[in-house]
Design a protein around this ligand. Structure first.
Ligand code: PAF
Length: 292
């Protein structure tokens, strides 16, 4: 693994690699790596001669200052994890904010209907901030493929749309969610959960799995209401598992068309359920692909 902190050094190394005919894949991350990220990096390293991994907590995609401050920063552990757990030629790129944004950012991106649902209205400016950093990384690295996790399902749709807008010849590779043995979707935010919260967090995935079964005989609206009420009442049904006021606070559960992300009222192929839930001051998201 080679480490880079400046754009110039990274681009010089990539230019040398290109002269040798090497192919380049990009895995954008905000660090605090876990097995989910490692699965993306392994895939990128397998499908390309060089996998560039960016580790950058992008301030302009946080609409909540506290969330930005609390976002885990574990750069040394991240580097150790990559070099011990991933085989292949890896270029790890961990720039400072000044290196990524030498000039104030004035560009904004719009994604129409794709950003009018779920995360969009709840995190104003978030997707534009994601698009700005992802485009900057595309411009720096010029990868032929870029890898994103399906847990951030709406982000994936936004990135695909970005590629259409900017017309870059980059293949976006969607990678499946990696889960802990108990089913909790891996996330850098999980490390902020207390022991009691971590113990009940898999309930989110369990509830979504049950929703998938219910979808065989219940209407969309009923399934949505059931998911929201099951999580919201969990602490009443299981008081012994919820000490000190611990409870799930669902922010939304939407059942949407998997491509357009528009909410659906009747079941159709490709329907996806997307959820955001607060637990112990941590915002967790997950998805279920109905009928898969
Ligand atoms: O998914 C993330 O971790 C971030 O949104 C991304 C794509 C690395 C951009 O900062």
């Amino acid at each position: 693994m080679k480490q880079f902190t400046t754009v110039a050094e990274l681009q010089s190394a990539l230019a040398d690699a290109r002269k040798e005919g090497k192919t380049i894949g990009l895995v954008p991350t905000m660090g605090a790596l876990h097995e989910g990220h490692l699965s993306l990096i392994r895939r990128a390293a397998k499908e390309n001669d060089i996998a560039v991994v960016s580790l950058f907590v992008n301030p302009i995609q946080f609409n909540n200052k506290e969330d930005l401050e609390k976002y885990p920063r574990t750069i040394e552990a991240d580097m150790a994890l990559i070099s011990s757990q991933v085989q292949g030629e890896i270029y790890a790129f961990a720039p400072t904010v000044e290196e990524m944004y030498p000039e104030p950012v004035t560009t904004t991106y719009h994604f129409g209907q794709l950003e009018e649902v779920m995360e969009g209205p709840r995190r104003p400016g978030h997707f534009s901030g994601v698009a700005v950093v992802v485009r900057r990384l595309f411009d720096i690295v010029e990868p032929r493929k870029a890898y994103f996790g399906e847990k951030d399902y709406q982000q994936l749709a936004i990135i695909r749309n970005l590629i259409e807008q900017i017309k870059y010849p980059i293949e976006i590779v969607a990678c499946p969610i990696v889960r802990a043995d108990d089913g909790l979707a891996l996330s850098s935010r999980n490390m902020r959960l207390s022991k009691a919260a971590r113990a009940i967090a898999p309930t989110i995935h369990e509830t979504l799995q049950q929703a998938d079964e219910m979808a065989e005989c219940e209407e969309v609206e009923e399934v949505k209401e059931w998911v929201l009420s099951t999580l919201a009442s969990f602490h009443e049904v299981n008081p012994d598992l919820c000490p000190d006021g611990l409870r799930f606070e669902p922010e939304y559960f939407e059942v949407v068309d998997g491509v357009t992300l528009q909410p659906i009222e009747e079941w159709k192929e490709g329907a996806v359920g997307c959820i955001a839930v607060w637990l112990d001051g941590v915002r967790l998201i997950d998805i279920v692909k109905f009928g898969e």
